[in-house]
Ligand binder design. Structure first.
Ligand code: AOS
Ligand code: ZN
Ligand code: ZN
Length: 431
């Protein structure tokens, strides 16, 4: 296995922290034992956790207003893979990468797959992009893509999605995520029903090109860039489309794509109940699609989402297997640090949800003990499982404290030398 970070540095970091970790782990083991829980089982469970890293997350995304490029940002998919390899080496929680086309320019899929494998990385869902125009493109997406009034624009958008499937197939991916910004900025701009009919027609063509063992994930988003009526604005529309299209079509929940205060965990429960929960884009937000690091604003919501996932997993068994991906954008942090933190926070919610005594909670609910039911969740959420996560990382060969370890390696500084910014690159350009 190729490693980007010198393994000796990771071992040195771990050696310094291990005595404290052992003490914290023993203390937590005692707390959990008094509750009838076995810390070793939880640590083994934590070692199974995986969330995919978005290739676009390795660079600085910025905001609508500005982008402040960071030092040594990856300039192509190969360099993004290097950063993804670091993230997985130090967390052992991110063994897959979710590419975005055509941002990720791939000419030799076999070579790319081999390089990824060398780092121990696989490819998760591929993402299409018909929300912006690319140089040399025949038709503009200014007035929509899959929903466009123009048959030629729709055909171009469908064709792009089919190309994404082909690239994904060559890379070993098993799913296509489709998010479109299509919608209206003004009342009257669209016939609301007509736009969705055209979307479904386009999606039927893409669906028809899916390999037998593939899924297509429909990602809904309340608004932006359309500010009056986004065509796939909510989980209801997504669910209706996924149901209309067929069994390979499922819904993808990006946590930032809802109105403030929306009960996202209930959406998760509904989609799981009806067999249409395809996957997640994890991130956090205060206002809208803020794309902040997971768990940075509302960790309780993340926990409650995982509480529903634990319930669904118990009911459905091993067939319940939604895809986990991060989707975040950085302007003021080092993307590697943010992605590592997010992966750990999602893993934290996963383990906290495993602390809930589900049979006990059911009894409390059946007896209408409202206070105790709420406290059962609160107790799990309040439990600091950091020692479990750190021990899982140590046992899997990762770093006890990924960000602290990363900061000792000088990786970013070295990339600054190895990856000088492209001459004349625009400050808003995607690297
Ligand atoms: C857009 O808001 C969505 O979250 C999509 O997942 C998008 O493809 C991704 O965020 C990259 O911009
Ligand atoms: Zn997303
Ligand atoms: Zn988004």
């Amino acid at each position: 296995m190729n490693t980007m970070i010198n393994e000796g540095l990771v071992a040195e970091h771990n050696a310094k922290l291990q005595a404290n970790l052992d003490a914290d782990y023993a203390a937590l083991a005692g707390v959990l034992q008094r509750r009838g829980q076995d810390i070793e089982q939880l640590t083994a469970l934590a070692q199974t956790f995986a969330v995919a890293v978005p290739t676009w997350g390795a660079g600085t995304g910025g905001t609508r207003f500005a982008r402040f490029p960071g030092v040594g940002e990856p300039r192509n998919i190969f360099e993004k893979l290097e950063d993804c390899a670091v993230i997985n080496q130090l967390t052992q929680a991110t063994p897959a990468v979710s590419p975005h086309f055509p941002w990720d320019k791939v000419s030799d899929t076999a070579a790319l797959r081999e390089i990824a494998q060398g780092y121990g990385l696989a490819f998760d869902a591929v993402n299409s992009n018909t929300f912006q125009d690319q140089l040399g493109q025949a038709h503009t997406y200014k007035h929509g893509s899959l929903t466009s009034q123009s048959a030629a624009v729709r055909a171009q958008a469908v064709e792009h999605n089919i190309e994404c499937i082909e690239l994904g197939r060559a890379l070993g991916s098993k799913a296509l995520t489709v998010w479109v910004g299509d919608g209206a900025n003004f009342p009257g701009q669209h016939n609301l029903r007509g736009a969705l009919e055209r979307y479904l027609d386009s999606m039927r063509d893409i669906y028809g090109a899916l390999p037998a063992d593939w899924n297509i994930f429909i990602e809904h988003k309340l608004f932006e860039p359309a500010f009056y009526a986004t065509t796939i604005a909510d989980w209801g529309t997504s669910f209706a489309c996924a149901t209309t299209l067929g069994p390979k079509a499922k819904c993808l929940v990006d946590l930032g794509h809802h109105a403030p205060n929306t009960n996202i965990e209930m959406i998760v429960a509904r989609l799981a109940q009806f067999g249409k929960l395809g996957g997640f884009h994890f991130n956090d937000s205060k206002y809208g699609d803020d794309d902040l690091d997971s768990g940075s604003i509302n960790p309780f919501q993340l926990f409650l989402v995982f509480n529903e996932l634990a319930d669904a997993a118990e009911r459905e068994g091993s067939t319940f297997n939604p895809a986990y991906m991060l989707d975040q954008s950085h302007n003021v942090t080092d993307p590697i640090e943010s992605l590592m933190s997010s992966a750990v926070e999602v893993q934290r919610a996963f383990i906290q949800s495993a602390l809930v005594d589900r049979a006990g909670l059911r009894q409390l609910q059946e007896s209408n003990d409202v206070h105790a039911s709420a406290q059962a969740l609160k107790q799990a959420f309040r439990t600091d499982v950091s020692a479990i996560l750190a021990m899982a990382r140590l046992r899997s060969g990762a770093a006890i404290d990924p960000v602290a370890c990363y900061r000792t390696t000088g990786y970013r500084e070295a990339r600054g030398v190895a990856r000088p910014p492209k001459a004349g690159a625009s400050s808003s350009g995607i690297v």
